[in-house]
Design a protein around this ligand. Structure first.
Ligand SMILES: NC(=O)C1=CN([C@@H]2O[C@H](COP(=O)(O)OP(=O)(O)OC[C@H]3O[C@@H](n4cnc5c(N)ncnc54)[C@H](OP(=O)(O)O)[C@@H]3O)[C@@H](O)[C@H]2O)C=CC1
Ligand SMILES: O=CC(=O)O
Length: 291
């Protein structure tokens, strides 16, 4: 199967390499062209524009940073819309808001093309090992056509119905994750400041009802101030912002998520946006040191 792939950031690089490893023919495009070199060395071809990739491939997947990037790659000159047509499918796996997905979906339908939104849950390592959870919505026929690729990329995929439902599900999940990361950071700081060994806290948490892979994987690294990016903090803050907007639209009060968003904004203002989202821990430690 031949697929196009737009966006070779942390996720896109891992996912396209995974497709190549599993025998797919892959044509890639990335705004910063030099980031294509490694996947090309593993057998990918390169398109000069998103339109060129779509022209060559019947299915094109994208995973881009945010709504502005997702829209630009579709609507700008040389973008997806220039070549999408009947018989061609576009699958956007970026984390965006439902409005962005709807805009893309409508524009592609007007050209006779097919669209699936399919944001993913899971980070750099699940992307490398094909263990993502895929949250798809919009066109069931394209979802079914993409199953061979989803089988490589994910451990489980869901079809959630009308366009926007994939984006909403992803934002709800990441709103919870961002809030939990803040509570975890406060807990680690409270343990240390009140005279406990924070490593013992990690051991205790891991044996109880709120044990989870995030505490287990990120906790020891946070205690070493290692924030090598798997999920960049700037993207987590974008997800909090988009989830809060969804809360506004549905009159859902989310004071915990709003407070967590402020902490991620603070972290961005401290220049931590490109580090892993667990670097929000630094904002809690900063408050500790200023008292
Ligand atoms: N990392 C993670 O753990 C996860 C991330 N996600 C989501 O997946 C998406 C990608 O994340 P990730 O790979 O980590 O992000 P990165 O920041 O590593 O990569 C972002 C990608 O978007 C491209 N891009 C940014 N702006 C534009 C633009 N205006 N036009 C064209 N391309 C653009 C970048 O191109 P360039 O190289 O030129 O900058 C790059 O290819 C995000 O929506 C994120 O929220 C979802 C699940 C997990
Ligand atoms: O969006 C991030 C993730 O880990 O999932």
């Amino acid at each position: 199967m031949e697929v196009g792939f737009l966006g070779l950031g942390i996720m896109g690089k891992a996912m396209s390499m995974n497709l190549l490893k599993n025998g797919f023919k892959v044509t890639v495009w990335n705004r910063t062209l030099s980031k294509c070199d490694e996947v090309v060395a593993h057998g990918a071809s390169v398109g000069e524009t998103p339109a060129e990739v779509v022209k060559k491939c019947n299915i094109t997947i994208a995973i881009l940073s945010d709504p502005a990037a997702a829209l630009s790659v579709v609507f700008d000159k040389g973008g997806v819309l220039d070549q999408i047509c009947s018989g061609k499918g576009y699958i956007d796996m970026s984390t965006v808001d439902p409005e962005t997905s709807c805009k893309i979906s409508e524009a592609i339908a007007l050209k006779g093309g097919h669209f699936l939104e399919a944001p993913v849950s899971g980070s750099k390592q699940p992307a490398e090992t094909g263990q993502l959870v895929i949250l798809a919505a919009r066109e069931k026929a394209l979802y079914e056509e993409a199953v061979p690729a989803f089988d490589v990329l994910g451990k489980k995929y869901f079809f959630l119905g009308p366009v926007g439902n994939g984006a909403k599900m992803k934002l709800v999940v990441n709103m919870i994750m961002g809030s939990v990361m803040n509570a975890f950071s406060e807990g680690l700081t409270l343990a240390e400041r009140s005279g406990l060994n924070p490593h013992s806290l990690l051991d205790v948490l891991d044996l109880g009802g709120i044990a989870n892979p995030m505490f287990k994987g990120k906790g020891p690294e946070m205690l070493k101030d290692n924030y090598s990016p798997a999920f960049p903090l700037k993207h987590q803050q974008k997800d909090m912002r988009l989830a809060l907007a969804l809360g506004d639209q549905n009159a859902v009060s989310m004071p915990v998520a709003a407070a967590a968003n402020e902490a991620f904004k603070k972290a961005r203002s401290m220049g931590l946006g490109d580090l892993d989202f667990s670097a929000v821990f630094e904002t809690v430690k900063l408050l500790k040191h200023s008292s």
